[in-house]
Design a protein. Sequence first.
Length: 278
Amino acid sequence: MAVYRRSRRHRFLLVLLALTSITVITLDFRGESGGFLDGVRNGARDAFAPVQSAADSVFNPVGDFFGGLTRYGSLKAENDRLRSDLAQARSESLRQAGAERERQKLLALQNLEFAQDIPSVSARVVSNGPSNFQLTVAIDKGTDDRIAAGMPVVTGSGLVGRVVDASRSRATVMLVTDRSSNVGIRLQTSGTLAVARGGGADKSLSVDLVDLTTPLSPGEAVVTSGLQGSVFPPDLPLGRVSTAKVEPGALSQSVTVDPLVELDRMEFVKVLLWSGQP
């Protein structure tokens, strides 16, 4: 019987505590206050604080989880949009940089320091030669732009080669390094005339007919001679002396010349509308 009374007493106290809590909450919502009620209300809050904290620790992660699920789609879409914007910005930056680089190269072609009195046509290099047996490049201008076989081709640095074939909208340029290329040259320091022959891909030009007594030094400038009947006009920059030596028993010096133009990195060239001297 004692156990039964104790259980009834506990249930009574629990019901009383619940009613008291409801009353306090109701008064709190109504805004009623007073010294005694404030104390009861504050006491009730303190009494239920551990229970509320425990409930929050259980249900808040669950709420955050479902809230995260609802936000995931929008966050993913936003990230995809930002990636797309970044890729587009990078592409535009590269395009602008490329356009500016091309503009600078074209400006350099328009302001040649040589052959200024010879009409010319600017062209873009569109492909390299099909093999290493003949060193050529193709350009995007042809007979429609008055380009013909035999015309010299240059960049702002110097001589590239000469046109060997042309159609209406394309032309083939043989480079000065091709083994069948021969360029009449003049050594600027001594004025000595000679002939430079192509040595093939990635090789210097070989110079023939340089007298044993001709003073030469590495770095000396070499230009086209422009003699009567020459394929090239005079004073086009070709290269600089790389080596000069005398072999035992030789009748002339062994000289090599490095071209000024980076022939494997050309983007634009200028064709000189020059058909040779009579």
